[in-house]
Design a protein around this ligand. Structure first.
Ligand code: GAR
Length: 201
C-alpha cells in the first residue's frame, strides 16, 4: 500500500479535499494508496482537527522550536524529515505548507514531492499572489500543481486551473474562487501521479 503524507500549515482545505477524494474514489482499492499522516509546522493549524476527526495520524513539528539553532532551517527540516519517515511516504504532498524547504530536503524527495501554488506559474511565485494578480490587471488567475524542485515555486507543472478575475474582485474573493479549483485539481493530479506509479496489468 502506497503511503501519502500531507504537510499543512493552516486551514487544510486542500488536505481535506485530498482525504475526501481518496475516500470517494477508493484510492486504496484502485491505486493501493492511502493518506498515512498529516503533519503541520503549526500546532494551531485548523486542518489538524479535521485530520484527527478522520482518524488519521497527525503530528506537529513546530518550526519555532528551531529558531535558536545555529542553522534553523536545516534543524527544522531534519526534524520534519524524521517525522515524515516514520510514515515511509511514497508521495509527499505540500498542501498550504508555508515553509521554504532546504535543497537537501527537496533532493531527498525528488520526483515524489508535490505542491499546489495559488497562481498560474510561472507567474507570481511567492506570497500574495491574488493581490499581485489584481494589481497587475490580470484578466485570469488560477492555481498550479507542480513537482517541487530546489527553486521556489518552480518545477514541472502537473495541472493548472484558470478562473476569471472580475472587475471588482477583492483579494479574498479571488482567493476563494481559486481555492475552489484547487480542491478539484489537486486530487486529480495526485490520482494521475498514482496511476503513473502503479504497475498496469
Ligand atoms: C492554498 O491557496 C494554497 O494554494 C496556498 O495556501 C492556501 C492553503 O489553503 N499555498 C501557498 O501559497 C504555498 N506557497 P488550505 O490550508 O486551506 O489548503
Amino acid at each position: 500500500m502506497k503511503s501519502l503524507v500531507i504537510l499543512i500549515s493552516g486551514g487544510g482545505s486542500n488536505m481535506a479535499a485530498i482525504v475526501r477524494a481518496a475516500q470517494a474514489r477508493d484510492w486504496a482499492g484502485r491505486w493501493g494508496a492511502k493518506v498515512t499522516a498529516v503533519i503541520s509546522n503549526r500546532p494551531e493549524a485548523a486542518g489538524l482537527t479535521f485530520a484527527r476527526e478522520q482518524g488519521l495520524a497527525t503530528a506537529v513539528v513546530d518550526h519555532r522550536d528551531f529558531a535558536h539553532a545555529s542553522q534553523p532551517r536545516e534543524a527544522f527540516d531534519a526534524a520534519l524529515h524524521a517525522e515524515i519517515e516514520r510514515h515511509a511516504p511514497d508521495l509527499l504532498i505540500l498542501a498550504g505548507f508555508m515553509r521554504i524547504l532546504t535543497p537537501g530536503f527537496v533532493a531527498h524527495y525528488a520526483g515524489r514531492l508535490l505542491n499546489i501554488h495559488p497562481s498560474l506559474l510561472p507567474a507570481f511565485p511567492g506570497l500574495h499572489t491574488h493581490a499581485r494578480a489584481i494589481a497587475a490587471g490580470c484578466r485570469f488567475a488560477g492555481a498550479t500543481v507542480h513537482e517541487v524542485t530546489a527553486e521556489l515555486d518552480h518545477g514541472p507543472i502537473l495541472a493548472q486551473a484558470v478562473v476569471p478575475v472580475l472587475p471588482q474582485d477583492t483579494e479574498a474573493q479571488l482567493a476563494a474562487r481559486v481555492l475552489t479549483q484547487e480542491h478539484r485539481i489537486y486530487p486529480e493530479a495526485i490520482e494521475a501521479w498514482l496511476q503513473r506509479h502503479t504497475p498496469q496489468p
